[in-house]
Design a protein around this ligand. Structure first.
Ligand code: NAD
Ligand code: ZN
Length: 376
């Protein structure tokens, strides 16, 4: 059982339609930071002709984050709350099916709006469900995990896993609004914070050496210190994805660490003898492996290679992989979404702060990369 629906007691209200197209188009695909933006959210929900508001959360964000959101929402709004069970294994079509059924059973129509309140799983899956229900209803992302704030909730990639293949089913679809408020991070477990740090480190590696240096010098993850850094990561992600909405070129740089990282994440999720890894934990390993490939293929200096390995291993524990596991893992690379005409394309680094897309890598180098990652 992974779906519960809790009707709310709020009185329904009549929405007044005031079709301010300028207001709405100004908001389309907007990412905003800070508490002051709840005013924009309320205006949007009140001004747009919204027939029903649905709030999607999981069993953690429901008790921990929803009360904070409800304090900010206009008391005149009514909404339905839909809860799904957390976990990567529930980010699948079966859960989507329940969500589509629920939206339909609760009277969702084209003018309904879905607010995704949660980490990357909620925003990825909620965005996909909204974008496909009745050929697409509007959705708003309110990320509650660090990874969601700096990455998953921004840029319009939505989707779910098929079997053990990460994000194989999905669509590009922009949220009407993404509102980032760091108050939600107060209850986020430390291991989850660290998972978000991996994507922030990636932002530095692919586009901003000074930002990488600043992150490298962080001694502990305290949410107070993270505010400005989060905004910087949000800017990097938004800048890259706005320039290349559908990943034709530049946007591919965001996949640094993800070619091998996704394969590692999928492999560990699907094999009983492996401990499942959080997304950021798998990407952290992928970034070290792909730094080694960058050194061999794209001229990343050995000094920067060592620095990348040291900084990442300072925060992320090593995981060991034997040759049979590496071989099995390589088989998963054929599902990578950057592949074209049967070629596996990597994003590699020329140096810290500068990435290169569409790099081909021979298989033996990948084995060498694992050996480099595992050596002391
Ligand atoms: N669409 C994209 O561009 C993109 C980018 C990066 C990652 N992703 C996807 O994002 C997913 C990972 O996201 P994630 O790391 O946020 O995982 P997640 O959604 O599983 O959230 C992590 C855990 O923390 C809990 N949680 C969330 N916010 C909380 C809070 N404020 N307090 C307490 N607990 C809280 C959740 O219930 C969950 O158990 C992966 O599926 C990945 O593929 C997507
Ligand atoms: Zn990622």
């Amino acid at each position: 059982m992974y779906l519960y629906i809790l009707p709310t007691n709020n009185a329904s209200i009549n929405f007044i339609y005031s079709p301010s197209m300028a207001f709405l188009s100004a908001l389309k695909n907007t990412t905003v930071f800070g508490k002051k933006n709840y005013k924009t959210l309320n205006n949007l929900l009140l001004k747009k002709q919204v027939s029903k508001i649905f709030i999607l959360c999981d069993e953690n964000t429901h008790p921990l984050c929803l009360p904070l959101l409800l304090q900010e929402l206009s008391a005149t709004l009514s909404y339905e709350i839909i809860e799904v069970e957390s976990g990567e294994s529930n980010k699948d079509i079966a859960t989507c099916q329940h969500l589509w059924d629920t939206l339909s059973d609760l009277g969702g129509d084209r003018k309904s709006i879905l607010i995704n309140l949660g980490g990357g799983i909620i925003t990825d899956m909620g965005g996909f469900v909204a974008s496909t229900f009745l050929r697409g209803i509007a959705f708003i992302n309110i990320p509650t995990s660090l990874l969601g704030m700096v990455d998953a909730a921004i840029g319009g990639k939505t989707g779910v896993n098929r079997k053990n293949i990460k994000n194989q089913i999905g669509v590009f679809s922009q949220a009407l609004l993404t509102l980032v408020d760091t108050q939600y991070l107060k209850t986020l477990p430390q291991q989850q914070l660290r998972s978000g740090l991996a994507e922030m480190l990636k932002h530095g590696l692919i586009s901003d050496k000074a930002y990488w240096k600043e992150l490298s010098n962080l001694n502990q993850l305290r949410t107070e210190d993270l505010e400005r850094l989060i905004q910087q990561s949000m800017e990097i992600k938004a800048r890259v994805t706005t320039a290349d909405n559908r990943e034709q070129g530049l946007r591919k740089i965001l996949n640094y660490g993800h070619t091998l990282g996704h394969a590692i994440e999928s492999y560990c999720m699907d094999n009983a003898n492996k401990t499942p890894l959080l997304h950021g934990e798998a990407i952290a390993i992928g970034m070290i492996l792909e730094a080694y490939l960058s050194h061999k293929i794209c001229g990343l200096s050995s000094m920067e290679l060592t620095e990348i390995k040291q900084v990442i291993l300072h925060s992320f524990p090593k995981v060991s992989f034997n040759p049979t596991e590496i071989q099995a893992l390589l088989k998963l690379l054929i599902y990578d979404k950057k592949n074209e005409k049967g070629h596996i394309n990597f994003v590699l680094l020329n140096k810290i702060g500068e990435a290169q897309i569409d790099c081909e890598v021979p298989e033996d180098l990948i084995f060498e990369a694992f050996a480099y990652y595992q050596e002391n």
